[in-house]
Design a protein around this ligand. Structure first.
Ligand code: NAP
Length: 265
């Protein structure tokens, strides 16, 4: 199936690592013009050295700051002259605690990174998306939104809000033929997991690599396909949603989780 993404102008938030990085590499492989952001200049520089093709744009941006979002918008519009696909991927658990250890500040911080950048970037880029022949907004949510556990309730609630907002925005923008969907990954091995292993190792007598394998194996046990996801496992559905082949899909959420949730509806 030719997804025909050649020349498509794409913005991916959180492109420096994990799922966002894999998406940037795969969109570029398909000939798309990729822009991306993250806070770390080093990680964006490393991506810019690896990515295929020319004319991509990487902007260090803290998405919790409105002025930086505005600068990102200005830079993308100046460099690309428009946008076809907005991928709101950046997000973070921030604190792996239960309800009693999560403070008001943690709830606010979670709101600031997991929900508000999506609202603000959508608002800023809608005028450009209206001019696109195949406009798309794709939000990376999480199965934590529909299947919360007792850990990180602040993150799960924000992801539930993100999936809900996706459906609302899809209705708002349907008249403009801007398609808005979300993708909800299950456990995918990325830097955020590695950071948790690093933290856990401080209170463990196991070495880092044994602890990493143990956490991976334990997590895989809860996945019917018996492995954690890789960032590349999420890319396929996102590439498809960005393509012309998804032209009758909006307001939907796609779960990619190795069979964890198995929600038939
Ligand atoms: N991995 C999983 O198991 C999993 C499961 C379900 C859903 N998800 C969702 O999938 C998305 C990607 O997750 P991931 O695991 O690939 O994450 P990751 O490896 O931790 O990468 C997150 C990216 O977002 C950027 N970022 C974080 N805070 C930012 C901020 N304030 N401003 C700008 N950029 C920021 C990070 O760069 P800097 O730190 O340099 O800013 C990094 O490039 C997230 O929305 C996450 O919630 C992940």
């Amino acid at each position: 199936m030719d997804l025909n993404l050649q020349g498509r102008k794409v913005l991916i938030t959180g492109a420096g690592d994990g799922i966002g990085r894999a998406l940037a590499l795969e969109f570029a492989e398909m000939g798309a013009q990729v822009s991306g952001c993250a806070r770390s200049q080093d990680r964006l520089t490393s991506l810019s050295k690896e990515i295929k093709g020319k004319g991509h744009l990487f902007c260090p941006t803290d998405l919790t700051q409105m002025e930086e979002i505005q600068t990102l918008h200005g830079n993308v519009m100046e460099a690309f002259g428009g946008l076809d696909v907005l991928i709101n991927n950046a997000g973070s658990i921030l604190k792996l605690g239960d309800f009693f250890s999560v403070t008001d500040r943690d709830w606010q911080d979670s709101f600031n990174i997991n929900l508000m950048p999506v609202v603000r970037l959508s608002r800023l880029f809608i005028p450009a998306l209206k001019l696109s022949k195949a406009p798309r907004i794709i939000n990376i949510s999480s199965i934590a939104g529909s299947r919360p556990g007792d850990l990180f309730p602040h993150y799960s609630a924000m992801k539930a809000a993100l999936s809900n907002f996706t459906a609302s925005l899809a209705q708002t923008l349907a008249g403009e033929k801007i398609l808005v969907n979300s993708v909800s990954p299950g456990p995918v091995w990325t830097r955020s997991w590695q950071q948790e292993v690093d933290l856990a190792s401080e209170n463990s007598d196991k070495n880092l690599s044994d602890l990493k394998e143990e956490i991976k194996a334990q997590t895989a046990q809860g996945v019917p396909l018996k492995r954690m996801g890789l960032p590349e496992d999420i890319s396929g559905i996102v590439l498809f949603l960005a393509s012309d082949r998804s032209s009758w899909i909006t307001g939907s959420n796609f779960t990619i989780d190795g069979g964890v949730t198995r929600n038939p509806y």
